[in-house]
Design a protein around this ligand. Structure first.
Ligand SMILES: [Fe+2]
Ligand SMILES: [Fe+2]
Length: 317
């Protein structure tokens, strides 16, 4: 049926599916720009999950107890799994993950700039779980209803795991803020350093966001950057009060008229610098990824040889 439709008819069918909140599946016709936007977004998301293993992986050998080490290892492994689901989702759009990784290594695809900040103390593991995974969930929950089926389904599973990540970070910080003076100070310092970068995870302000309008029309995105940022602030401020940490924003306060918290402006020049490669750890993150990828070449070769051998056996049978 689809083969007999003109491009115009196919476009109408696509528009109807999107407008009805149905899912677009890999075999469905889709506009080229929709496909390109999804490849870019899903690849950037996949790269972020994998690169995001580095700042926390830095603390696995130094976790303060066996319990904390086991939790952190589980969390970092979850992030690897998220990367894999997402590379698989991208592959349903007709790209190969090897190509995507080459694009990352050559700087033509990006990952979330949050992972270009260093993890200086153990409390950073808590601040990342609470704030960075918390911001990630806020972004990702609406993506569970994204118009592209494989991405939406990957997000359902990812979000379940992200909520565990957020809880472990919160619980870790809670233990520190209810510990010694030195532990409280360490927790506060980590929150001071991660608060603003977490707010920047939602991307530039709506007035400067280049992709938002089209992505919303395609129902890839459901809420704008500023709406999601506000939602995150509203969710996080009461949690900070329970933790007993101060958020480093002098203008942060409840606005009774808006029924939301007012908050200060992010340093957008800093975001631009970090996105363009000038963050504290950009170079280190990419060098580490390239080295790990090169060292893993034999695994990919062995897996390909094994698959080829079994394909030959199956063909002969
Ligand atoms: Fe993740
Ligand atoms: Fe996570």
């Amino acid at each position: 049926m689809a083969a007999s439709l003109s491009t115009e008819g196919l476009q109408q069918e696509f528009d109807r599916l999107v407008a009805d909140d149905q899912r677009i599946e890999p075999r469905d016709w889709m506009p080229d720009d929709y496909r390109k936007t999804l490849v870019r977004q899903i690849a950037q998301h996949a790269h972020s999950e994998i690169i995001g293993m580095q700042p926390e992986g830095n603390w696995i050998t130094r976790a303060p107890s066996l319990r904390r080490k086991a939790i952190l290892m589980a969390k970092v492994q979850d992030e690897a799994g998220h990367g894999l689901y997402l590379y698989c989702a991208a592959e349903t759009l007709g790209v190969d993950r090897g190509e995507l990784i080459d694009l990352l290594h050559s700087g033509r695809q990006k990952y979330s700039s949050i992972f270009n900040y260093p993890t200086l103390t153990w409390a950073d593991v808590g601040a990342i779980g609470w704030l960075v995974d918390g911001a990630a969930i806020t972004n990702q929950i609406p993506l569970c209803r994204c118009s592209y089926g494989p991405y939406a389904r990957a997000m359902v599973r990812v979000c379940k795991e992200e909520s565990f990540h957020q809880r472990q970070g919160y619980e870790l910080l809670y233990a520190l803020t209810h510990g010694t003076d030195a532990q409280r100070a360490m927790a506060q310092d980590a929150v001071n350093r991660w608060w603003w970068p977490s707010l920047m995870m939602f991307g530039p302000p709506d007035t400067e966001s280049t992709h938002t309008a089209q992505s919303m029309a395609w129902r890839i995105k459901r809420f704008s950057n500023d709406e999601l940022r506000q939602r995150f602030v509203d969710m996080t401020v009461p949690q900070a009060e329970v933790l007993g940490v101060t958020l480093p924003d002098p203008v942060l306060r409840w606005n009774e008229d808006r029924r939301h918290y007012d908050f200060g402006e992010c340093d957008w020049d800093e975001l631009r610098r970090v996105v363009s490669g000038e963050g504290p750890c950009n170079r280190q993150r990419m060098e580490h990824h390239i080295a790990a990828h090169d060292e893993g070449a034999w695994v990919r070769e062995a897996a390909a040889a094994y698959a080829a051998k079994h394909a030959a056996v199956d063909a002969a049978a």
